[in-house]
Design a protein around this ligand. Structure first.
Ligand code: 5AD
Ligand code: SF4
Length: 373
């Protein structure tokens, strides 16, 4: 019995696909790269931008033929599209060849859903509104020597453009003891890098252990073994001086930080509900560079947020020129249903967004060239 997983989106999804692989292998499935040979195909979807959804929809649509050729093939859809009730229902109706739809909150029920499907031969749509943390889900790690380790799930920030808080729900931190146990295991298994994952790692808090992110970092660094530690994603409003100091001084922590700025204009940052100004962000960058001169900084930028004028965009350009990032993920703003920004006036035309995103990407190339990277 063979499985094939198609993953869209962020590292959280990459890691969740490793959990899907782990659960399937526990059931006796083995991996295959050839989708047409697979007995089960799982699409792990992303909803962050319209483009990600469209790509998944196109590729799911293309499965119709495969299902016709082999009606016993199981087709499952997981991830952020499945988690949203209305989108899941749309998928279920539009693609009658989908056998299983499972949300992110109840992903760990996938093996039961597959067994049900095999026994009862009925299609299943299963998602729940509120999740709980599920420990001990098997994992088949597929990222070389790097082990992804979740420390928290969900997000409370409600950036006005972002669908994540609506899909992934409120922040939930894993128990420190469970994280430490997982770290010890991956170190013993020979992984030489641990990447801590969360939508907003800086707001990690385990109430029982009274452990915040700084404490967690210190505890992981104190584990025996030859490994490096890194983490994503950090929110500029939450990164503390203590975390910056640990990043600067702890030899096990990689000297790199992904610190999404989104925009260089304080006006746009306010409209995005980011809760920091251009000046505050620059202050953090200055602090990081002075304490860690060789730090590798990366960021996310959204161009064409509603109301972004030429001047606002130039503020982003000048911030990029100032920071001289080592890597930039630049995105055109994509309207997401249910978010606050959806109904904001002055939506920016596509051709302007396109021009601006290319300008950022060109600038990024130039910076790398100048740095000799
Ligand atoms: N449109 C464009 N980019 C977005 N991001 C999040 N929501 C949107 C959206 N609606 C980007 C942000 C975030 C990254 C993961 O995706 O830059 O940091
Ligand atoms: Fe989305 Fe903002 Fe939360 Fe990041 S911090 S997941 S951009 S709402």
């Amino acid at each position: 019995m063979l499985y094939n997983i198609v993953t869209y989106g962020c590292q959280m999804n990459v890691h969740e696909s490793e959990k899907i692989a782990g659960m399937l292998e526990n059931m006796g499935y083995e991996p295959t790269q050839k989708r047409e040979d697979a007995d089960i195909i799982v699409f792990n979807t992303c909803a962050i931008r319209e483009g990600a959804e469209d790509r998944a929809l196109g590729n799911i649509g293309a499965l119709k033929k495969m299902k016709k050729a082999n009606p016993n093939k199981i087709i499952a859809v997981a991830g952020c599209m499945s988690q949203q009730k209305n989108v899941a229902e749309y998928l279920f109706k539009t693609f009658p060849f989908i056998d299983i739809i499972v949300g992110t909150h109840n992903l760990y029920t996938l093996p039961t859903l597959i067994k049900n499907k095999l026994e009862v031969k009925k299609r299943i749509l299963s998602n729940v509104e509120k999740g709980e943390i599920c420990e001990n889900v098997p994992v088949t790690r597929t990222s070389g020597k790097n082990a992804w380790v979740n420390i928290m799930y969900g997000c409370n920030n409600f950036c006005s453009y972002c669908i994540v808080p609506y899909v992934r729900g409120r922040e939930m931190s894993r128990a420190k003891a469970d994280i430490i146990a997982e770290c010890k295991k991956v170190i013993a298994d020979g992984y030489n890098q641990i990447t801590l994952l969360g939508q907003n790692v800086n707001s990690y808090f385990d109430e029982k252990a009274i452990s915040n992110f700084a404490d967690l970092l210190k505890s992981i660094c104190s584990l025996d073994g030859d490994f490096k530690l890194t983490f994503m994603t950090s929110h500029p409003k939450d990164i503390s001086d203590e975390v910056i100091d640990i990043l600067a001084t702890e030899p096990k922590i990689l000297k790199e930080l992904h610190l999404p700025v989104q925009s260089g204009s304080t006006k746009i940052l306010k409209a995005m509900n980011r809760k920091y100004t251009r000046e505050h962000y620059i202050e953090i960058i200055d602090k990081l560079k002075s304490k860690i001169p060789n730090i590798r900084l990366t960021t996310d930028i959204i161009v064409g947020f509603p109301g972004e004028t030429e001047q606002d965009f130039e503020d982003t350009v000048s911030l990029v020129e100032y920071v001289k990032y080592d890597g930039i993920f630049a995105f055109m703003y994509s309207k997401r249903s249910g978010t606050v920004a959806e109904s904001m006036p002055d939506q920016v035309p596509e051709d302007v967004k396109n021009f601006r995103v290319n300008k950022i990407l060109d600038l990024e190339k130039q910076i790398q060239k100048d740095k000799g990277n």
